[in-house]
Design a protein around this ligand. Structure first.
Ligand SMILES: Cc1cc2nc3c(=O)[nH]c(=O)nc-3n(C[C@H](O)[C@H](O)[C@H](O)COP(=O)(O)O)c2cc1C
Length: 456
């Protein structure tokens, strides 16, 4: 019976295709412009019944199938499905696409990772538990609009900012340039920021909830926890910047500390953006020493509970000389800085980017072409600091193998931005899975065990 019906429908379609052309037959209009000719195939009653029944049957079968698969598979599908949006985002202006992505994450219109991280990826740094070492670098959520959504994607930690004391527009647009083929971006945003007060309000509103989630997940005996996997809602870093016209850089960072440190699991002094005049000079030995002393004093003067103050990190550039690196290492060790982020974007234009006409654009280069440069600095810094302080490896990470290389080069934690901007949410579970496989392949039992292996 069904076979006869389907033959009838097929004959019906064929007849119409021959008569009117198939393309016309599928148009969503009942008449052609001026011709009065029916454009939607007019099936016999039996044919219509068969089509409707078939569609409903398929829908029911699909829903029934989806309900039989477990939650983890469904989550996997959701993450994979986001890759279909990537070509659409690619068509949009870079900054508009970025705005859209942040808004979507802020509204929770992104998949939520509910699969536990491989236990192998869990680690403790600065007394804080990370369920995995893969973090979102600063600059994506500059104004802390989407912390929950971004952490929900499965990042082990998310860094917001850079936040400036007073709101500022940043440089004129366009200021973000995509070089898709090279997996790179040049940006000269210049710290566009809504300022510390607005960001503090946003973080304040989420903070209680975040901490509550953390506590409950610490005590919950969920499957995830038994497996040693997902450890709560993730870690939040706050990255501090300075205003373009401010004369007192240290004063700006101190304001940031006073207003935002209570919400941060760690704080970052960003002195390495190439888009704020004079900022990178703060990496010089004496200036860095004075800056760290003042900022740390501001943090320590505040009242802190049992957990103590958030660790203080410094984010450095990849364009530093051997002498600069030695100076920074010496100051870092002498002043017991809690960590370094290595690195920010580069003002250089390594191959293959140098051949792209967009390479002429002023600003900092990120993404794949930055990998080797930032990794070399990371290795040098790991050796100079004798593996004594945690380093966050950042620059050009786009796979689990890249993250693994960063860790082997001395990074305890890893961050990415550009690859996420291109690859979207699906990249996060992929990187974590690949990283776990790398560790297993080499018989390494924990992230800590792998840190700095290539520098020994
Ligand atoms: C558009 C854009 C904006 C950025 N804004 C900031 C920022 O405000 N503060 C900061 O410390 N780093 C910022 N960064 C640098 C990133 O945090 C990261 O250090 C750099 O992009 C290298 O990582 P990646 O190669 O994975 O992108 C920005 C990067 C991009 C692409």
């Amino acid at each position: 019976m069904a076979a006869r019906l389907s033959r009838e429908v097929a004959r019906d379609i064929l007849r119409r295709k021959l008569m009117f052309g198939f393309a016309n037959g599928l148009r969503h209009s009942t008449t052609a412009a001026g011709g009065g000719r029916p454009l939607i195939p007019h099936f016999s009653k039996r044919g219509r019944l068969f089509l409707a029944g078939g569609t409903i049957g398929l829908a029911i079968a699909g829903a029934a199938y989806v309900s039989t698969v477990d939650g983890a598979t469904r989550t996997g599908w959701l993450f994979s499905a986001t890759t279909y949006l990537n070509p659409l985002f690619a068509l949009l202006d870079a900054e508009f696409a970025h705005r859209l992505a942040v808004s979507a994450a802020a509204r929770g219109w992104v998949p939520k990772e509910d699969r536990p991280d491989p236990p192998l990826l869990g680690l403790e740094v600065w007394g804080r538990k990370f369920s995995n070492p893969i973090g979102l670098a600063a600059g994506f959520d500059k104004n802390a609009e989407a912390v929950e959504g971004l952490l929900g994607l499965g990042f082990g930690f998310v860094e917001v900012g850079s936040v400036t004391p007073v709101p500022q527009e940043g440089n004129p647009k366009p200021r973000i340039f995509r070089m898709r083929e090279e997996g790179a971006i040049i940006n000269r945003c210049g710290f566009n920021s809504e300022g510390i007060v607005t960001v503090a309000k946003r973080l304040g509103a989420q903070h209680g909830k975040r901490k509550l989630d953390e506590t409950s997940s610490t005590h919950a005996s969920s499957d995830a926890e038994r497996q040693g996997g997902k450890a709560g809602p993730g870690i939040l870093g706050v990255n501090l910047g300075k205003n373009k016209t401010s004369e007192d850089a240290a004063g700006d960072y101190v304001q940031g500390v006073h207003t935002l440190s209570q919400y941060a699991d760690y704080l970052v002094i960003n002195i390495s953006s190439p888009n704020t005049p004079g900022l990178r000079k703060l990496q010089g030995r004496n200036q860095l020493k004075d800056l760290i002393k003042r900022v740390r004093a501001a943090r320590d003067e505040m009242q802190w509970g049992e957990e103590g103050p958030p660790p203080l990190l410094v984010k450095i550039a990849p364009d530093l000389s051997k002498q600069d690196l030695e100076d920074i290492a010496a100051v870092t060790l002498a002043l017991h800085v809690d960590g370094l982020i290595i690195s920010n974007t580069t003002i250089s234009r390594p191959d293959p980017v140098s051949k792209n006409p967009l390479a002429q654009e002023q600003g900092g280069l990120s993404g794949k072409p930055l990998f080797d440069l930032s990794n070399n600095i990371l290795k040098e810094m790991y050796i100079l600091t004798r593996g004594k302080i945690p380093l966050i490896g950042c620059g050009g990470v786009s796979s689990g193998e890249d993250a693994y290389k960063k860790i082997r080069s001395g990074a305890t934690l890893v961050q990415l931005y550009t690859a996420f901007a291109y690859g979207g949410p699906a990249l996060i579970p992929q990187i974590k899975m690949e990283l776990a496989k790398c560790l297993e392949r080499d018989g390494i039992k924990s992230i800590h065990e792998a840190v700095g292996i290539d520098c020994r």
